[in-house]
Design a protein around this ligand. Structure first.
Ligand code: SAM
Length: 449
């Protein structure tokens, strides 16, 4: 796979020897741990743990739901990946790549994800489910698909061809995955059960992503900016940490994805988040536009409410940057080329400039990516420290990742303060802190001059 070559090319003396086979296996395997971020605005981790344990008690060997020893608002569920080897049978049903990945992480197959079912297969039949690696299988295809596909497990069909392909937007569960390739518990549906409180009780999120919110340490009176916010996993965590008070402004370049931030905020009952479509590289202006200067003479106080913003406006800024995403797990196919991997640093620097300008002195920002690539991680921080003497790399209170790599002007303390996750080298030692996606977090403060 081409992405493997990319990572091999990027590896340097810091990574040590990684065999291609080890890397492929690591990336194709979902983490053994499912992390649920508790919606602390509407429930507690104790209540949610009991509810999840009760729902999972129907399983033959139910997994234990545990608290994390350092992160106070998550639950950890360990999967039993190695029950027995599951083999494919006939007929083959095709699903989209996103659906296949969700199945590998414990989901059942929902109707919109199904792309092909051979003629003659009926409700109740046992089928093998395959992910369409190249996205080339035509929706509604009625024979066994012969293109590139990846087996994700066996299930029972719950809807027939007609239900799925003769309506505009099919709805509901389509395949109950009775023999998934990996036994990750299916938790999404338990969180959605809103009979009692009306809001989603938790959010499935990777551990390092949850740490970004804690690293930012937002307070309930703060004005917070999330520069690359969609679909809003981290934005909603920030909103919860602020106890649904203060103000979180969420920006994303993609208009379609802004809707996801709004939907996620609503599902979780958060009202302190406002989302705008905005290219964040242009979210900072140096001078107040004339019409606003006039307004200011009559207004009592004017907090920035919509982009663009003046410098030094925000107490906290999250820059969860667009990146080469080489750390995502599981990933089954990744056509990214080295040239594209190398293109991200330029955009990340532009976004960082905006963040550094918009952060108020004494404020804190977090820079994060879901890639192993040093050029998108430590090298960005090294560049930023050279450009902004007022920025300092700072520790945050939960230390569970590995230190960053020592390059350029980064000191040993800087590297210890950074956190790296999910290195492929670690695929043998499995705990919830190391068996996760590839991720990088660096927390910085702007010193008061
Ligand atoms: C890593 S994802 C963010 C994930 C998000 N923080 C979360 O936790 O759910 C990066 C996001 O950056 C957005 N993006 C890319 N370029 C951007 C730009 N110039 N301005 C604003 N958003 C941008 C993408 O649309 C994408 O949604």
């Amino acid at each position: 796979m081409e992405f493997i070559l990319c990572i091999s090319d990027l590896k340097n003396e810091h990574e040590g020897p990684i065999s291609k086979e080890m890397l492929v296996k690591h990336l194709k395997t979902p983490p053994h741990f499912t992390i649920i971020r508790v919606n602390t605005v509407t429930t507690s981790k104790e209540i949610l743990r009991d509810e999840i344990e009760e729902a999972l008690s129907m399983m033959i060997s139910p997994p234990v739901v545990q608290f994390h020893h350092k992160v106070h608002d998550i639950l950890v569920v360990k999967s039993n990946h190695a029950i027995e080897k599951v083999e494919p049978i006939h007929p083959h049903v095709m699903v989209g790549l996103g659906c296949a990945i969700a199945i590998l992480r414990g989901a059942n197959a929902y109707s919109p994800g199904i792309t092909a079912i051979p003629n003659g297969v009926v409700i109740g039949d046992k089928v093998s489910v395959f992910g369409d690696l190249l996205g080339q299988c035509k929706r509604g295809w009625n024979k066994e698909y012969e293109g590139k596909k990846y087996f994700v497990g066996n299930g029972l069909l719950l809807q027939n061809r007609q239900d799925l392909f003769s309506v505009g937007v099919p709805k509901g569960l389509a395949i109950n995955m009775i023999e998934p390739l990996f036994y990750c518990p299916s938790i999404g549906d338990i969180l959605l059960d809103n009979k009692t409180i009306g809001f989603q009780k938790g959010f499935l999120q990777n551990l390092p992503s949850v740490l970004c919110g804690h690293a930012l340490n937002p307070q309930s009176h703060h004005l917070v900016l999330d520069l690359c916010a969609a679909p809003g996993g981290k934005t909603t965590h920030i909103g919860s940490l602020m106890e649904n008070k203060g103000s979180v402004i969420a920006l994303d370049k993609s208009a379609s994805k802004i809707k996801q931030i709004q939907e996620n905020s609503e599902k979780l009952g958060l009202t302190n988040i406002t989302a705008f479509v905005q290219d964040s590289t242009t979210a900072c202006i140096m001078e107040k536009p004339e019409h606003l200067q006039e307004y200011e003479t009559t207004a009592v106080a004017s907090l920035p409410t919509s982009p663009p913003f003046l410098p030094n406006s925000f107490d906290r800024i999250l820059l969860d940057a667009p990146c080469s995403a080489l750390g995502q797990r599981p990933q089954l196919y990744n056509p990214i080329r080295l040239k594209e991997v190398q293109s991200f640093a330029r955009l990340q620097k532009k976004l960082f400039l905006t963040a550094a300008q918009l952060l108020r002195p004494g404020g804190r920002m977090v820079y994060s990516t879901c890639t192993y690539n040093i050029a998108e991680n430590e090298e960005i921080i090294d560049w930023a420290l050279g450009l902004f003497p007022s920025l300092r790399v700072t520790n945050f209170n939960i230390q569970i990742g590995k230190p960053g790599y020592r390059i350029g002007r980064l000191t040993e303390e800087d590297c210890i303060a950074m956190q790296r996750f999910g290195s492929p080298n670690e695929s043998v030692s499995m705990d919830e802190n190391s068996d996760t996606i590839g991720f990088f977090i660096c927390c910085l403060e702007k010193i008061l001059s």
